[in-house]
Write a protein that binds this ligand. Structure first.
Ligand SMILES: [Zn+2]
Length: 345
């Protein structure tokens, strides 16, 4: 089980990079992985701070998280031989840094600039170019330094996506319980409770999650970090990724361009909560309150694509048993589910 050793969350916490590297005993060289924008917002500052500690710092800009990006970062790691990587950015930069550092046996520190999904603290990386559309095991961050002043500069839509990804844990845990009951799959009560608590906290604090309120960002940040820790404890994405995630992956495959990951998982969670006989209206109402999409139209996808995605979702990951694998729904039933939950009209 790999867990972060330092988690620093709050307003104006970026300068604490210095005390974190000192406490962890890091010296020598560091490599910062950032995007052009995240470099401007936080990467350059992290570089200055690290240089103040006497570290030699190199920065590599990446735009996407594909196998090619991961290999490019690995080449730089081999050449620069950093003691630690800093991943400064949203999902893609963190994913590229997470997988490349894991493959090269170097620790990484997560400095999120957006909160669009739970990858900021998880040991899993979502990288394009592998034959599977879902995330693969890499390594957990050694530390997380999340400054809400930095995160507040990201588009609000990314916060909404992060909320959708957190709320989706309701159905992810239901699927995990189902797999435990019917397929005797390993189930970890503690990891499941942690993931569920994250979803509950976001729902209970939905009214705080507004652009004017720093407290709401903090709630979401802590929820997403807890989700990452839940996956580290479980040793897989099980507590945080169920049939609603398969629905989102299916939608990605059908639709290009598609909506954000957490937005799709939120809508997926409404659909599969209904199939679990769970309180799907509570999920929908929380998403609505936050301003997240709850319909195909709001996701910007066609009604029929939502139905198709729900129908094909189980085929994406046959070994991960969920309610969709149990029920084996045909197109007509999927259409009825989407209509009943008002995801399509
Ligand atoms: Zn997710």
């Amino acid at each position: 089980m790999q867990l972060p050793r330092e988690v620093i969350v709050g307003k104006g916490t970026l300068p604490r990079v210095i005390e974190v590297v000192q406490r962890l005993g890091l010296s020598g060289s560091a490599l910062i992985i950032a995007g052009p924008k995240s470099c401007e917002i936080a990467g350059n500052k992290v570089r200055d701070l690290l240089e103040q500690t006497g570290m030699n710092v190199d920065t590599l800009l990446v735009e996407t998280a594909t196998i090619r990006d991961v290999m490019m970062v690995e080449e730089r790691i081999k050449a620069w031989k950093p003691r630690v990587l800093f991943a400064v950015g949203g999902g893609t930069k963190i994913d590229a840094a997470k997988l490349s550092s894991a493959r090269q046996g170097v620790p990484f520190i997560s400095v999120p600039t957006t909160l669009s999904h739970d990858g900021i603290a998880s040991p899993l990386a979502s990288v394009k170019g592998f034959d599977k559309p879902y995330s693969i095991m890499a390594q957990a961050p050694l530390a997380i330094i999340a400054d809400t002043d930095v995160i507040a500069q990201a588009p609000w839509r990314s916060v909404i996506s992060g909320c959708g990804d957190a709320i989706a844990k309701f159905t992810a845990v239901k699927d995990w319980q189902l797999a435990h009951a019917e397929k005797n799959e390993y189930y970890g009560e503690y990891a499941a409770s942690l993931a569920l608590m994250s979803a509950t906290l976001v729902i209970q604090n939905a009214r705080l999650i507004t652009q004017e309120n720093d407290e709401g960002l903090r709630v979401l940040l802590e929820a997403l970090i807890s989700c990452g820790v839940a996956m580290s404890i479980a040793g897989s994405s099980r507590p945080c990724s169920g049939s609603e995630h398969l629905f989102s992956h299916a939608l990605d495959m059908i639709n290009c361009p598609h909506a954000m990951h957490g937005e799709q998982c939120g809508v997926g969670s409404i659909l599969v909560a209904y199939l679990h006989n769970a309180n799907w209206k509570r999920i929908r109402d929380a998403l609505k309150q936050i301003g997240a999409p709850t319909t195909a139209c709001e996701l910007g996808v066609k009604d029929e694509d939502v139905v198709k995605a729900l129908e094909m979702a189980a085929t994406i990951r046959p070994e991960r048993y969920t309610i969709l694998h149990k029920l084996k729904l045909n197109y007509e039933v999927c259409e009825n589910v989407a209509k009943t939950t008002q995801v399509i009209s």
